[in-house]
Design a binder for this molecule. Structure first.
Ligand SMILES: Nc1nc2c(ncn2[C@@H]2O[C@H](COP(=O)(O)OP(=O)(O)O)[C@@H](O)[C@H]2O)c(=O)[nH]1
Ligand SMILES: Nc1ncnc2c1ncn2[C@@H]1O[C@H](COP(=O)(O)OP(=O)(O)O)[C@@H](O)[C@H]1O
Length: 216
């Protein structure tokens, strides 16, 4: 059991933390974007990365794109809540942004890899870990190809890494299979809503339960 002081503090945070991981191409970003459109109470945290931007990506929208030296300086200053190397690049969640939001009672979604998700669970016992699975390996490859953003060798590396990533799904609280998009989105929405109610009642706050139900 971790003895991090953050563990007990986190119990008192009024906001909920949802952590969503998946192998590249499973549909995580598309699902999270649709979820945010359905649920105005969710905020997504923008990560920092050393990966170069893809075609339509903008600094500060999908990611904060920074150099390896800038990333290292943030690591040295302890600016990251968690960080990991994924597919040869570094990615991290900035500490300040999520703590401030959770303390303010906002529900935060982190779209990160399994290593980061498992680090977060050590710090926030109440974090809800959700793993998105593709319906098959073949469909995963097809989605990566259809997305048309990655070179063939990058796709191959992501397919190899996916085997190990999928193996980590058993450590998560929930698994959602993204076969039919609308069904997976409904599953995600249900998990978010059910956990919101559960934690509101655990905090023994009747107003918080009503608030979670969006009743007055
Ligand atoms: N640990 C960690 N992983 C992250 C973070 N941001 C993104 N990732 C993960 O890094 C991996 C690669 O992301 P990306 O380059 O956008 O590729 P994509 O998953 O194919 O869209 C994905 O598994 C992301 O969830 C972060 O802040 N921390
Ligand atoms: N349920 C689905 N059925 C078919 N294609 C999907 C589905 N979900 C996502 N996609 C497509 O698969 C590709 C990868 O999705 P994306 O959200 O970028 O994945 P990730 O963020 O997990 O890497 C995109 O082209 C997206 O439109």
């Amino acid at each position: 059991m971790s003895t991090s002081p953050l563990l007990s503090e986190a119990m008192d945070y009024p906001g909920n933390l949802y952590v969503i991981a998946a192998p590249s191409g499973a549909g995580k970003s598309s699902l999270v974007k649709a979820l945010l459109e359905l649920d105005a109470r969710l905020m997504v945290s923008i990560s920092h990365t050393t990966r170069p931007p893809r075609g339509q990506e903008q600094n500060g929208r999908e990611y904060w794109f920074i150099s390896p030296a800038e990333f290292q300086a943030m690591v040295d200053r302890g600016d990251f809540f968690e960080w990991a190397e994924v597919h040869g690049n570094r990615y991290g969640t900035s500490r300040g942004a999520i703590e401030k939001r959770l303390k303010a009672g906002e529900d935060v979604v982190l779209e990160i890899d399994y290593q980061g998700a498992l680090q977060i669970k050590q710090l926030f016992r109440l974090a809800v870990l959700i793993f998105i699975l593709p319906p098959s390996w073949e469909e995963l490859r097809q989605r990566l190809c259809r997305r048309g953003e990655d070179a063939p060798e990058v796709i191959e590396q992501r397919m190899v890494n996916a085997r190990h990533e999928v193996d980590q799904a058993r450590h998560f609280d929930y698994i959602v299979v993204n076969a039919l998009f609308e069904t997976a989105l409904f599953d995600l929405k249900t998990i978010v809503h059910a956990q919101r109610l559960k934690y509101a009642s655990q905090r023994r706050s009747r107003p918080a339960v009503f608030d979670a139900l969006q009743l007055s």
